[in-house]
Design a protein around this ligand. Sequence first.
Ligand SMILES: *[C@@H]1O[C@H](CO)[C@@H](O)[C@H](O)[C@H]1NC(C)=O
Ligand SMILES: *[C@@H]1O[C@H](CO)[C@@H](O)[C@H](O)[C@H]1NC(C)=O
Ligand SMILES: *[C@@H]1O[C@H](CO)[C@@H](O)[C@H](O)[C@H]1NC(C)=O
Ligand SMILES: *[C@@H]1O[C@H](CO)[C@@H](O)[C@H](O)[C@H]1NC(C)=O
Ligand SMILES: *[C@@H]1O[C@H](CO)[C@@H](O)[C@H](O)[C@H]1NC(C)=O
Ligand SMILES: *[C@@H]1O[C@H](CO)[C@@H](O)[C@H](O)[C@H]1NC(C)=O
Ligand SMILES: *[C@@H]1O[C@H](CO)[C@@H](O)[C@H](O)[C@H]1NC(C)=O
Ligand SMILES: *[C@@H]1O[C@H](CO)[C@@H](O)[C@H](O)[C@H]1NC(C)=O
Ligand SMILES: *[C@@H]1O[C@H](CO)[C@@H](O)[C@H](O)[C@H]1NC(C)=O
Length: 747
Amino acid sequence: MKMIQNLSLLFVFCFYCLPIVIQGSDQHERKPYIVYMGEMPMGRTYAIKEHHLNLLEAVTGSQKIARQIRIHSYGKSFNGFVARLLPREAKKLRGEDNVISVFPNTHNKLHTTRSWDYLGMTLNVNRRLNIESNTIVGVLDTGISLDCPSFNDKGFGPPPPRWKGKCVTGANFSGCNNKVIGAKYFYLEQPVIENASPVDEDGHGTHTSSTAAGVPVAGASVDGIGRGTARGGVPSARIAMYKVCWESGCSDMDMLAAFDEAIADGVNLISVSIGGPPRDFFSDPIAIGSFHAMRRGILTSCSAGNDGPDLNSVENVAPWIMTVAASSIDREYATMVALGDGKNATGVSINTFTPENKMYPLISGALAANHSRDDYGNASSCDTGTLSKEMVMGRIVYCLGQGNQDWTIKDLGGAGTIVGLDERADFGSITIIPGSYVEANTVGKQIDLYINNTKDPVAIIYKSISTRTPAPRIISFSSRGPQSIANNILKPDLAAPGADILAGFSNLATLTGNPQDPRHNVFNILSGTSMACPHATAAAAYVKSFRPGWSPAAIKSALMTTATPMSIKDNSAELGSGAGQINPLSAIHPGLLYDMNMNSYIAYLCKEGYTNTNIDILIGSKGFNCSTIVPPPQSTDGINYPSMHIRILSPNSTISAIFYRSVTNVGQANSTYKAIVTAPKGLSIEVVPDILQFSRLRQELSFKVVLKGPPMPKEISILSASIEWNDSRHSVRSPILVYKESDDFMK
Ligand SMILES: *[C@@H]1O[C@H](CO)[C@@H](O)[C@H](O)[C@H]1NC(C)=O
Ligand SMILES: *[C@@H]1O[C@H](CO)[C@@H](O)[C@H](O)[C@H]1NC(C)=O
Ligand SMILES: *[C@@H]1O[C@H](CO)[C@@H](O)[C@H](O)[C@H]1NC(C)=O
Ligand SMILES: *[C@@H]1O[C@H](CO)[C@@H](O)[C@H](O)[C@H]1NC(C)=O
Ligand SMILES: *[C@@H]1O[C@H](CO)[C@@H](O)[C@H](O)[C@H]1NC(C)=O
Ligand SMILES: *[C@@H]1O[C@H](CO)[C@@H](O)[C@H](O)[C@H]1NC(C)=O
Ligand SMILES: *[C@@H]1O[C@H](CO)[C@@H](O)[C@H](O)[C@H]1NC(C)=O
Ligand SMILES: *[C@@H]1O[C@H](CO)[C@@H](O)[C@H](O)[C@H]1NC(C)=O
Ligand SMILES: *[C@@H]1O[C@H](CO)[C@@H](O)[C@H](O)[C@H]1NC(C)=O
């Protein structure tokens, strides 16, 4: 126990007490590796750090080197350490007893309000305030800025008694309050960052934290845009910030350190708007950390990633994680452009600039080309280096293409940018000079024609206004399934608002994040699955405040089975939306739960081929035997998941799958649920039994879902179906999705 406390002191006040002075040529080849050793060893007083040093001594042959290369020992919530290793030492450690995995440290990236009203959670919605105010939301992110009024602690009592976390102070961060009750930072990289502190210099962490649990702030806006009351989903809950992201990204070793401490500190939920390419569960810090969190009853909510609309792009796919896609709300930011010929064109962006009362000269990139630089790129797209400064100066420039032309035009002294996109933008970007994004084929073409056919074309770009728009839709950038780590588990799980979200921001950052941008504000409008994740975290916290006894899996099940199915513009269907848009109010009364506990996940891991020995290490047991608990062999996914998914790997295979499920009654004691199946042509679905008769609460009944069908036609890769248990009071809906790999998948 003493050892562990010392470790934490070392951690907080002195990341690099041990100078790394390693002799010889090995020095440059050593890289940080994470050695993951599962559950904390139980039943003996265990000097964790000594044990780690012994292991290192065994592979390096030197006690001195062992001391020099060890960077950090985990040991509050799980066992493991970080050390600078040579590849051969890493290999040797993989073979050691008690080691589950050894993997190199890599960097993950951030997945960069009216939204709560839109989800039905109005300002005065029914709440369990006494429980909500004892709920602690742990956020792994870029830090937090207490200058943001969303974290005002007026009216908050002291932290809940079980809270064991700390508040670390440092540069620009003088301490916590009764709203933000904990703040720590994690930076195991070398050399050490001067003046490190939990402060948010990026804005992302302040934004996600305030989306989850910020207090209501009336009159919040970005220079008047989006004005309204900004607030989090659980405004009475407490926040604990674990800063793991720095300019270099968010490293595996820092994220694991944050999970290690957050779990031990006593958070109730963990929100992680960070990700990286999917990896094997136990070589992935978020999968490892969230597994140990789940064991202790803590649900981890993660963003799905921003690499959509491509398929196979979803991240954070472990079954014990709640993986959140980004949807739109019914508000967007319109930026109007008026042309000299009296026509108006509407685009999408977040343009904070109010124009002077005059028209500005207008030109297109194609006409502003510097022809002595034609080989530098594409002037129509306003590529950097292709335009003539003379032609751009003082003008609004129309550019084709994808993105950040406003910066190029700004550098050349332009007055504004109109960007023609292939498709209409489904979220707004903040522009550095007046700017609007229009659809190239319609509005854009008109603007270009006007420019080509007019002697002195002029235009004006107005400040953005908020408008209503049909919703929800899955946003184009939101990452899509299928995933390949847990083949037959549908990810993302569900969707939450992640476009044009107005929430708290850090005064130390600029609105666009670029240091040349002079604009600072304590609110900002951002888009990303990063913004969707804290919405789902807060929804989970809200459900938990009414149902404190529910497991993480039960809360996730409630949010999934009560979600609103969504239509999706491309044909990725539930591979984009999962079960659909969250419905926090309905999730309190789901009727039935697809519950899972630790053993359910262990059974699943057995099926996925994890060995008895690895499972022993993982959960800190002895003599665990997979063959005693494996579910029926025909089961397609081997887990009681609230959605059903099969990936057909060979294009000519017939469809054949069987899902064993059990549901727990949390509605009325006496209730009869009927299965209502919706299936497309080419897929037959049988539910056995198709009536479930409950006579008491907490009763668990089992059923199976059998899928059959001929080989799917060549041109079809997705069959979307659903099963809904309905007792006329509740509708407990699960998506069923068949995905066929394309022909070249096998090659
Ligand atoms: C933040 O802290 C650094 C280091 O102490 C200091 O140089 C800087 O001026 C501070 N910035 C603000 C805005 O307070
Ligand atoms: C274009 O927008 C301006 C400013 O909102 C408005 O005054 C004008 O009537 C609009 N013109 C057309 C043709 O819609
Ligand atoms: C055009 O490009 C040439 C060659 O790089 C450069 O010298 C010149 O200044 C540019 N002209 C303008 C007007 O930007
Ligand atoms: C320049 O970019 C635009 C928009 O991306 C594209 O339509 C056009 O074909 C490109 N032109 C050349 C010469 O590559
Ligand atoms: C306008 O003129 C430019 C330059 O000649 C050309 O590339 C573009 O296709 C023209 N636009 C339209 C809509 O005709
Ligand atoms: C695991 O259990 C199975 C079935 O009960 C048994 O046959 C097998 O010997 C056990 N394996 C170990 C290593 O105990
Ligand atoms: C599937 O069937 C088609 C048509 O019979 C055949 O051309 C193709 O090679 C088969 N693909 C596989 C992977 O068996
Ligand atoms: C459920 O139904 C049974 C049989 O109809 C009845 O005996 C029992 O009291 C009912 N339970 C509740 C909680 O209504
Ligand atoms: C299922 O239950 C809901 C109540 O949640 C009810 O409104 C709906 O009509 C039912 N659907 C069917 C198809 O019976």
